[in-house]
Design a protein around this ligand. Sequence first.
Ligand SMILES: Cc1ncc(COP(=O)(O)O)c(C=O)c1O
Length: 459
Amino acid sequence: MTGHINLQLGWPSPSLFPASQLLEGASNVLTSPKKTASSLIYGPDAGYEPLRRSIAKWLTSVYGRGSELSFDRICVNNGASGNLDNVLARFTDPGYTRTIWMVEPCYFLACPIFMDNGFQGMMKGVPEDDEGLDIEYLRRGLEESSKDTTPHNSTRKTGDRYKKLYRHIIYCVPTFSNPSAKTMSLRRRQELIRLARQYDALVVTDDVYDVLRWPAEKDASPDQLGDVPPRLVDVDRTLDGGPKDEWGNAMSNGSFSKIIAPGVRVGWAEGTPAFSLALSTVGATRSGGCPSHMTASFVHELLETGSLQKHLKENVIPTFRARYYAILKAIDEYLVPLGMQISTGKPYHELSDQTNGNSNGHHDPVEQAGGYFIWILLPTALAGKGAALAAKGLKDYDLKFAYGDMMQVQGEPASAERASKGYGHGIRLSWAWHTEQEIVEGVQRLATLVKEAINEAQP
Ligand SMILES: Cc1ncc(COP(=O)(O)O)c(C=O)c1O
């Protein structure tokens, strides 16, 4: 036994922190009087401009597909979580906005952010399907809500400061989702944007895992991967002639937490230029300037010199890739024989080919895998026992993992009901924190736990 094993933790292991690159970045800034002066002062509302520019350049190379993303689409902030809070503060009001739709199983730590903004009891789950979300379920929900004649205009957010409020928020993690590991198909992304435009909804996506990807096949080369799936904000930028109005119907939360280290607390938001400008003027930012300003100036050095991209390519991705194969092999060896199954939806490359209407025989060559998580289903005998199993795992095997019931949309009885019939039977494992050897031992402990529970469940 190697002690405590935490397969719940979605944190990168400290051995992957680019400490020397950060030190060099900090030193580049702090040994230059000019850079120091602009780094240690209150930051501009939209963030350290060199970083906004280097993020725009980097995102252009990742998602641009030939078009340039202008830096005025980007504002810098302190991470995806803080940014979600800012979006709600700036663009919603519980008296005006009707519903928060969350793809379920959901990233459970987003629920309190919605609740803090007055949306307790107004959050509703949208079941995930193999292509990312049940779009017809959402369509029906939006339609029904539009028939509701209860006045929803009692907003206190009036006047010039709040030029735009949205009627609905749709929140999801479309690529390598936390928790389900699914990636939404291109077709669903397009349908979702069209729906959002029709019902005055803002699609908010946490795009924090997208660049951490590798071939699902062990022997394939990373060069064989197709393009990174477009973010919903890219789809809104380009679909049917571009955004419906100056605000758009999608925004992206980006973060350096998963690709540098969570403690740097630097992230960014991307939307239309008008959206990003309004977002960067939330009250606390107007008063204190962009949060994490000094660290943002260090992060810029890493991006501008390419040292972050090199670190990801040569260190982070190969490490996660090796751990991914290790966990897959261990699941296959120890859990599948017990009736557990991996469930990560349909492969993106197949679906995107179909929905692109590729008639020229072109296929993205290999299936992609990535992110931090894998989602597996408990054997039928243990359906609904995730919480009890997790408690026993911690007590008897010093093993931690996340289970489906944690991922309910808080405060929605229908979401709890759906959990009991479906996604509640899942458990989420992460490869981000532990070494390959520890991961395999964690899976072995889980197998012993599950075996024991199956025996106990037998009459
Ligand atoms: C989907 C999702 N959003 C947001 C976060 C937190 O991001 P940040 O550290 O940038 O606030 C996480 C971290 O686990 C996450 O998985």
